[in-house]
Structures are given as structure tokens and as C-alpha cells.
Design a protein. Structure first.
Length: 275
């Protein structure tokens, strides 16, 4: 298992892909079984689940048979549902139109609570916001609803004012976007995803129409999703006309969509062999 694929991240990815569709809590023994093929041992599963429980993302519950298990908290479900719009959209669906405008987040935190400034900055960056000026963060307007949900969930909304607007100058918007976001870093993240997972897609495509073996499909899909799900947050889906020529984002989205279409359902047969 690479440094990129941590046990905690893989557990969240599993719940996002398969676990939330379960009819009840996922037994701990099942989590151990389902994380083993991607290199997570039983002690790591248990310690990571404990940390996710402390963060309020997983809640302990008993299955119908009385086994210990974990279900998603309401906040975690909202988080995953917000993420679906970014993660599972078809290639190019996240691109905003330049004329659709922007959402601005302006925050002020009292000195006595200055530790929350770091939390706000990191959360806005994690949603894909760029920095227009100190204390002024900007993102495509289509991220408004998710931003509102996130700030409310983290009890940070009282520190932030949100605005919708358009860029009127004085620099060209494409030039300004290059200041607001580190586009070179974003491009490298897309290229790293392509280096890892485009060969996997081509290998599956070369097999033709044979049904994918469930465990192999599950492993390749879970690892691809675990890599991919960060990218639509780092890259907020900027309008294509504002991005540099040869931008790799559409290509990496197409690779993930291809793996999702080929492997997700086959992987579900490994998660629930009786189905």
C-alpha cells in the first residue's frame, strides 16, 4: 500500500463507493475482509475506524445478528452526497461556464478564536477555493451549495460571508485565475493520477468483453477512486476557456469515468457475493 492510500482514506473510500448502500451497519469483520485485498491489516482497520468514530464520521451500531459494526453518521452521508456531484460526474461536467460567475468567501475571526482561521483556510482550500486576497477566497459559483453545507456542518458559518459575483477586471480573468490557483501544481496532480491509473484502464479495455473478476475489479476500482476523489476538490472545475492549453483535467476525468464504468459494479459482487 502506497503512502497515498492510507487505511483511513481507504475506509472512507469504501463507504463512499459501497458501504453506504449496505442495509445496516457494516460489521467490523467485514471491514477487515474488504480492506485486506488493498493491503490494510486488521489492526489498522480497527485503529482507523476508531479515529473516524472520534471525528464523528462513523457511529457504532449492532447488526441484526448482534455483531459489532459501524454506520455513517448523518454528517458523513451529507459529506459523501456533496462529493458525489464532483466525483461521479461525467468528464467535463464539473467545468463551469465563464459567465456563470463566482462565489466569494470573506471571513473574519476574532483574535480570541484565531485557531479557527487555520481551520477555515484549510477547509476552503479543501473545497477548491483559490485566494483572491488575504481573507478573500474565490471559487466557481457552482460550489456554493457544498460550501454552505460544509461551513454549517463544521459550525464555521458565523465567521463567513458568502457572495456571488463576476470578475470585471482589471486583469484578464484567465490571468487572474493563474494567481488565484496554483495551476501547475493541479496539473501535476492530474498527471500523477494518469500515470498510475491510465495503464490500469487500458489493461482492462484490452481484455475485451469478458466479465471482470470481482476481487480484482474491486481492488483496482477502490484504489483508483481513492486516488481520484481528492482531485475534484483540489481542482474546482474551472471554465475550460480559463485553463492553459493541454490541460490534463478532462483526460484524467475520462480515465476515472472509464474505470468507474468497467469496474464498479463488478467490485460490488466482491463486496456482496450473494448478490
Amino acid at each position: 500500500m502506497s503512502e497515498q492510500h492510507t487505511p483511513r482514506s481507504l475506509i472512507v473510500t469504501f463507504y463512499g463507493a459501497y458501504g453506504r448502500a449496505a442495509p445496516g451497519p457494516v460489521p467490523v469483520a467485514e471491514l477487515v475482509r474488504l480492506l485486506a485485498p488493498v493491503g490494510v491489516d486488521a489492526p489498522s482497520v480497527r485503529s482507523s475506524v476508531s479515529r473516524l468514530k472520534r471525528r464523528g464520521l462513523l457511529v457504532p451500531a449492532r447488526t441484526e445478528s448482534g455483531a459489532a459494526g459501524y454506520a455513517l453518521s448523518p454528517d458523513a452521508r451529507q459529506l459523501l452526497e456533496d462529493g458525489d456531484r464532483r466525483i461521479y460526474g461525467p468528464p467535463g461536467s464539473r467545468d463551469a461556464r465563464e459567465g456563470a460567475g463566482w462565489v466569494l468567501a470573506v471571513f473574519s475571526v476574532p483574535e480570541a478564536e484565531r485557531h479557527k482561521r487555520h481551520v477555515l483556510r484549510s477547509r476552503l482550500a479543501g473545497l477548491g477555493f483559490g485566494t483572491a486576497a488575504p481573507g478573500v477566497w474565490i471559487a466557481p459559483a457552482h460550489l456554493y451549495e457544498e460550501t454552505r453545507h460544509t461551513l454549517e456542518r463544521l459550525q464555521l458559518a458565523s465567521y463567513v460571508d458568502l457572495f456571488r459575483g463576476e470578475h470585471l477586471g482589471f486583469a484578464a480573468t484567465a490571468e487572474a485565475v493563474g494567481r488565484w490557483w496554483d495551476l501547475a501544481s493541479l496539473a501535476k496532480q492530474h498527471e500523477a493520477f494518469l500515470d498510475l491509473h491510465e495503464p490500469v484502464l487500458r489493461s482492462w479495455e484490452a481484455r475485451g468483453d469478458a466479465p471482470p473478476p470481482p476481487e480484482e475489479a474491486y481492488c483496482d476500482y477502490l484504489l483508483a477512486l481513492d486516488s481520484w476523489r481528492r482531485l475534484p476538490y483540489a481542482d474546482p472545475g474551472l471554465p475550460a476557456e480559463l485553463l492553459p492549453a493541454g490541460w490534463p483535467g478532462a483526460r484524467s476525468a475520462a480515465v476515472f469515468a472509464g474505470l468507474d464504468g468497467l469496474l464498479r459494479e463488478a467490485g460490488a459482487r466482491f463486496v456482496s457475493p450473494q448478490e
